[in-house]
Design a protein around this ligand. Sequence first.
Ligand SMILES: Nc1ncnc2c1ncn2[C@@H]1O[C@H](COP(=O)(O)OP(=O)(O)OP(=O)(O)O)[C@@H](O)[C@H]1O
Ligand SMILES: [Mg+2]
Length: 375
Amino acid sequence: MANVLIENLVKIYPGSGGPDVKVVHGINLEIRDREFMVLVGPSGCGKSTTLRMVAGLEEISGGAISIDGRVVNNVLPKDRDIAMVFQNYALYPHMTVYDNMAFGLKLRKYPDVEIDARVREASAMLGLDAYLDRKPKALSGGQRQRVAVGRAIVRKPKVFLFDEPLSNLDAKMRVSTRTEISKLHARLGATMIYVTHDQVEAMTMGDRICVMKDGHIMQVATPLELYNRPANLFVAGFIGSPPMNFFRGTLQTDGHALRFVETNNEEAPVAIVLDERLSALGRGHVGQPVVFGVRPEDVQDATTVAHPDPGRTIEVTVEISEPMGAETFLYLTTGANNFIARVGPTDRFESGQRVKVTLKLENAHLFNPATEQVL
Ligand SMILES: Nc1ncnc2c1ncn2[C@@H]1O[C@H](COP(=O)(O)OP(=O)(O)OP(=O)(O)O)[C@@H](O)[C@H]1O
Ligand SMILES: [Mg+2]
């Protein structure tokens, strides 16, 4: 059993000459027993700082961190029963793979038999048996990363912490190591906290994802909840590639429904008749500015739709067409807003061509531009 509870956690760095800087603003997060929790967000949002406070490598300026119900604010890193894997591996260059993995246990005075059993178990799990006598410099980046993971595994910690462990690997290696870590999580049944700035890594690995921005938590949810029900504009734009399209406009009444009308486009403002769900959500915002969000896969080439709804079909201009093989990304413009459609691989388009696209509204969203929250 190991859950990690983060309560009102604050980090303030003393300013060098200038004022102090607050980089974590009182965050609250519970990582459940055996959960794979991903902290994701843009560079500088406070992910590493948060993880290092859990590890005990960084002093806590306010709030509390508990592991299994015990507040660890003043517990030394070595006594927290956690193991951390860093981006730069931090292996000892003069030691063999075996000794790198064994070292932490030797320091803790484990019996040699126990150390050997644990190193061999981890080595087998990670496919390192053939490399146990090598020094780190004779290993590939992926192999070094596995040694770093192995060094964490032999400790049998309550909680594993990973800080961007894959970012030094090439794209292919990143994908395969990502899968290995996910399998390892399933096999060890351990609690893991994993930091990355890569939303694809977050989506594919996390049981739940905590999206951070500027030292604040923007949303904590499962990958698909984040994708389908983003709480705010930041999460909506951060999760998903290509990102969600946003249109700025206002809401007007249209019979029983509401209509979204694009602003900043005097010539031919795009107008979309909203469905029942969106109309209900927008009811209190008639006449007010809103942001309408729709994902690229919900922008369909109208000629491929059986009976395109005229209220949801708009005529726009193709700027660029990018064939990706399995699909084509169409960069479109209404004149005032640029947006992206993800269409079939066989559809052919020319730059400058006028096309009709139909919007699917089941997963579309309305946001309040002032608060940036979803309606
Ligand atoms: N020792 C320090 N003194 C002052 N400010 C610091 C210190 N360490 C980090 N910071 C600041 O704290 C903020 C959060 O840093 P942190 O390393 O946690 O970001 P991150 O989310 O891990 O980013 P990245 O994705 O680039 O690793 C940044 O603005 C950073 O400049
Ligand atoms: Mg970092």
